[in-house]
Design a protein around this ligand. Structure first.
Ligand code: PLP
Length: 410
């Protein structure tokens, strides 16, 4: 009989979002008239920007004409899109990133998991706790961990984040090889200053570590002093890979387009002790296992960089940020201890009366019919916290906040 990858059996059974769905379904079965408002999963709700739609319609027409038809495209993405990304997202911010270092893909989620293909089995890996669960689960699948004991996988280094350290992990005292950082952060909504990222870059360079920097939410940064890219920090090209996405700025969660930056000078060690360029390995990996993003979608992504696209995307991000502000203000006035939600679409709150994350989830569902995400689902140190997402219609956000403030008012 064929055998399986046993590492999959180590994954925790009740994954967060299925468990949320199960509890909501059970509640709705016995309360069929309840008007549920979901502020849980971080999916966008507002339609695609017009500039992107127009570009994609034009691209569909291109596909209908032999002279402009496109078959297989370059696995790394079309040059015209990579060029726009390099100049507008990076060079315009003083980051010396070349178009050839941009790899267009169908998702930051896939890339942050797939990147492990090009790394060895014996790296020491650090994640924050709480954390975007994909980083942990993909390492479990790849066999980089032992079993899950009390909510933590053996073999991973967990860096706790809480209100005590402003949701910014302390730089480890031990040596780790791979570090996942995410700013603006999912789930806490925390942001990183240049000084903070500089400390990580210095650590990584001193320890020959690689930072996986997930900037999927960079568009939500409104504070001009905060870095959008890790490459704004001197030395980061020697030690960091960056993941970006069109999902949350341009509403591409269903359309699918993202990219990963692998600087050419970035190296890691082979078994024979030689230093190998990670760019070459990622290029080889993508050329072999990935067929590129569709021409139509890449044209849609390119439109993000047009004048009209930039204005429409700003309006979209501003809309969600206004939702976040309403949520922060209302929850604060109802007596909640609230974090994030300023340069990020996530609001991270302390559960009242020391309720566990799941007890608060049930209480909120039953008393207000509002669904959020229990902090403990993002890691053991998320216990006692709760995530509310600003991705929703204004009407739903206002209604949810009205119900919560009435129920919990201080
Ligand atoms: N990275 C973080 C931190 C996320 O929260 C998400 C989605 O929620 C992603 C990546 C996924 O991005 P994409 O839609 O490009 O796969």
């Amino acid at each position: 009989m064929a055998t399986i990858n046993d590492n999959y059996l180590k994954l925790k059974a009740g994954y967060l979002f299925p468990e949320i769905a199960r509890r909501v379904n059970t509640f709705v079965e016995s309360n069929p008239d309840a008007k549920i408002i979901k502020l849980g999963i971080g999916d966008v709700t507002e339609p695609l920007p017009e500039a992107c739609r127009t570009a994609m319609i034009k691209a569909v027409e291109d596909m209908g004409d032999r002279s402009s038809f496109k078959g297989y495209g370059p696995e790394q993405g079309y040059g015209w899109l990579r060029e726009k990304i390099a100049t507008q997202d990076f060079q315009a911010r003083g980051c010396d990133i070349d178009a050839s270092e941009i790899f267009v893909s169908d998702g930051a989620k896939c890339d942050s998991g797939n990147i492990l293909d090009i790394f060895g089995k014996n790296n020491k890996i650090a994640v924050t706790d709480p954390v975007y669960p994909v980083y942990v689960d993909t390492n479990v699948m790849a066999g980089h961990t032992g079993e899950n004991k009390d909510g933590e996988y053996e073999g991973l280094v967990y860096l706790p984040i809480s209100a005590d350290n402003n949701f910014l992990a302390d730089i480890p005292t031990e040596k780790v090889d791979l570090i996942y950082l995410c700013f603006p952060n999912n789930p806490t909504g925390a942001t990183a200053t240049k000084e903070y990222l500089k400390a990580w870059v210095d650590y990584a360079k001193a320890n020959d570590s690689i930072i996986f920097f997930d900037a999927a939410y960079e568009a939500f940064i409104t504070d001009d002093s905060l870095p959008h890219s890790i490459y704004e920090i001197e030395g980061a090209k020697d030690c960091a890979i960056e993941f970006r996405s069109f999902s949350k700025n341009a509403g591409f969660t269903g359309t699918r387009c993202a990219f990963t930056v692998v600087p050419k000078q970035l190296t890691a060690k082979a078994a024979d002790g030689s230093e190998v360029e990670l760019w070459k390995l990622w290029n080889r990996r993508q050329s072999t296992k990935f067929n590129g993003v569709s021409y139509i979608v890449q044209r849609g992504a390119e439109a993000v960089y047009s004048e009209a696209g930039k204005a429409q995307i700003k309006a979209l991000v501003d809309f969600y940020l206004e939702n976040a502000k309403i949520i922060c203000d209302k929850l604060t006035s109802a007596g909640f201890e609230v974090y994030g939600g300023i340069n990020a679409p996530y609001i991270w709150l302390k559960t009242p009366h020391n309720l566990s994350s799941w007890d608060f989830f049930d209480k909120l569902l039953q008393t207000t019919n509002v669904v959020g995400t229990p902090g403990s689902g993002f890691g053991a140190a998320g216990e006692g916290y709760f995530r509310i997402s600003a991705f929703n219609s204004r009407e739903n956000v206002e209604e949810a906040m009205k119900r919560i403030t009435e129920q919990f008012k201080a």
